[in-house]
Design a protein around this ligand. Structure first.
Ligand code: AMP
Length: 508
């Protein structure tokens, strides 16, 4: 998709074209009754933008932000766009030694943080101005901007200028800053807004964190292009979400949201009467969750796939078949192909690494030109690192991360294939299959599983069952049972933690 005529290069200016004519229309409603209309969005983000510019955080300078979720935190994102700065949100879970890396790497002009961490961050960010913003929107950001003139025109940008840097979750090695341009974000939002059929009466229930692409860009940018309102929750809580669904039409969530909704005894079709669309992504949605959700509510969850470096890439359709275990065809304007690790294209239907090209694909890793070159093919395709298959109908299925691929005795083992078999065993809730150092095989296959309440499943039973259905080299040599699989804030199972916990299993 080429940048359309009406896109002047600044994402904020595009949003502005879609604001409701009457700015007194609500943008954010909080569960406690507070309402922020579009006029408040314009005023508060304008004041923040004026302050950022006065502190030197304009054209291409970074604004690093680690704050609790609040409407004001969202206005700060919009203020950075408006000021022409680069917005750099950080996961609130990061601690001092991690922050040191991000501050050193991003070299921000301004850092906005929670008052509780201002002292630590002040020591780490000696060259930046440190401002505070708490979960209630209070702090020096609000104080210092309160009397400033809010009439700030969006800074002049070209579509290719960087709007935000999002650090990858970095489960292996150093976390890298993905540079997303104004047009990366705008084109993706325009596509999703059209594809998911946003309507003038839509109300999005927002329960995701806003330091990650899902809650910050996918959810928020769609609402801003729609000029409608969202119900904004500080965090996900199944009971609150169940209660607020009756005032909403669209929910975007990680798979865990749906698992937890299903665990609510009273959750079902009655709460979903006004809902038109449930969307899931950021981690694989279990087939069982998809089916159980359909059984209880009559809604099929629309699963989509994306990543920090490219926003959204594929989506099951709004109209047409949504297939469990599939992430759907590529978005309009996005090309996908499957190749081996050398970049040779594989025949249709074979599993390999997914490569993608389109207006959504990022500009590169911040200050890592070599790393950037390594991850792109000469013809501009980005190597996602996700092992996948493209079915004859054009739907993409994600088999796992390339780095999670297990090579045991020279054979490739795709964890997802085994996880699906284990999950199908009566009494098993969920599983993660990993490769562990093994003296004979290089890597030995092991599984870590959780059980349904009250279920009794033994290691021997799992191994015995799998032997009936799988080649021997794929069958886990050990199966461990745990109460919960370790997950990050976006609901992804952290296999690196499991590999570390069980690393000596075969080497004792
Ligand atoms: P992040 O950059 O943190 O958003 O993580 C992106 C990664 O999450 C992708 O590369 C995939 O491995 C995974 N992912 C996202 N959505 C899905 C999905 N629907 N199914 C399976 N994996 C997914």
């Amino acid at each position: 998709m080429n940048a359309p005529e009406r896109f002047d290069g600044n994402l904020y200016a595009l949003f502005r074209q879609h604001f409701p004519a009457d700015l007194a229309q609500p943008f954010i409603e909080m569960a406690d009754g507070r309402v922020y209309d579009y006029a408040a969005l314009e005023t508060i983000s304008g004041r923040y933008a004026r302050l950022l510019q006065s502190l030197g955080a304009a054209q291409g300078e970074r604004v690093l932000v680690q704050v609790e979720k609040s409407p004001e935190a969202l206005f700060l994102y919009l203020a950075a766009l408006r000021a022409g700065a680069i917005y750099v949100p950080l996961n609130t879970a990061y601690r001092a030694h991690e922050l040191e890396h991000f501050i050193g790497d991003a070299e921000p002009k301004v850092v906005v943080c929670d008052p509780a961490s201002a002292e630590t961050i002040g020591k780490l960010a000696k060259r930046a101005v440190v401002l505070t913003l708490d979960a209630h929107g209070q702090g020096t950001l609000a104080e210092r901007s309160a009397s400033l003139d809010a009439a700030v025109e969006p800074a002049k940008k070209s579509a290719d200028d960087v709007a935000a840097i999002l650090y990858t979750s970095g489960t292996t090695g150093r976390s890298k800053g993905a540079m997303l341009t104004h047009w990366n974000l705008a084109s993706n939002a325009l596509t999703l807004h059209a594809l998911w059929g946003f309507r003038p009466d839509d109300v999005l229930l927002h329960a995701l964190p806003i330091f990650h692409t899902h809650g910050l860009f996918v959810a928020t940018n769609c609402v801003l292009l729609n000029g409608t309102k969202m119900i904004f929750l500080p965090k996900y809580e199944a009971g609150t979400v169940t209660r607020l669904l009756k005032d909403s039409t669209v929910l975007m969530g990680v798979p865990t949201f749906y698992v937890r909704l299903l665990a609510e005894a009273d959750f079902g079709a009655a709460q979903c009467k006004t809902m038109r669309l449930f969307i899931a992504g950021s981690a694989p949605l279990l087939e069982e969750t998809f089916k159980e959700f359909a059984r209880r509510t009559g809604h099929t969850i629309l699963e989509r796939y994306g990543m920090t470096e490219a926003g959204m890439i594929t989506s099951n359709p709004l109209v047409g078949e949504r297939i469990a275990g599939s992430v759907g065809p590529p978005l309009p304007g996005v090309e996908v192909r499957v190749a081996d690790d050398k970049g040779t294209l594989l025949p249709q239907g074979e599993a390999g690494v997914l490569e993608i090209r389109g207006p959504n694909v990022f500009k590169g890793y911040w200050r890592m030109p070599d790393k950037t070159r390594e991850e792109f093919r000469a013809d501009g395709f980005f190597i996602t690192g996700d092992v996948s298959r493209i079915d004859p109908n054009g739907y993409v299925a994600i088999v796992g991360r390339a780095k999670d691929l297990i090579i045991s005795g020279g054979f490739n083992v795709y964890p997802k294939e085994i996880e699906l078999q284990i999950d199908a065993i009566d009494g098993v809730a969920e599983s993660a299959v990993i490769g562990l150092p093994h003296p004979d095989f290089g890597e030995g296959v092991a599984a870590v599983a959780t059980l349904k309440p009250g279920a009794k499943v033994t290691e021997d039973a799992v191994i015995g069952r799998l032997k009936d259905d799988l080649a021997n080299f794929k069958v886990p040599k050990r199966v461990f049972f745990v109460n919960d699989l370790p997950r990050n804030a976006m609901g992804k199972v952290q296999k690196n933690i499991l590999r570390d916990t069980y690393k000596d299993t075969f080497n004792r």
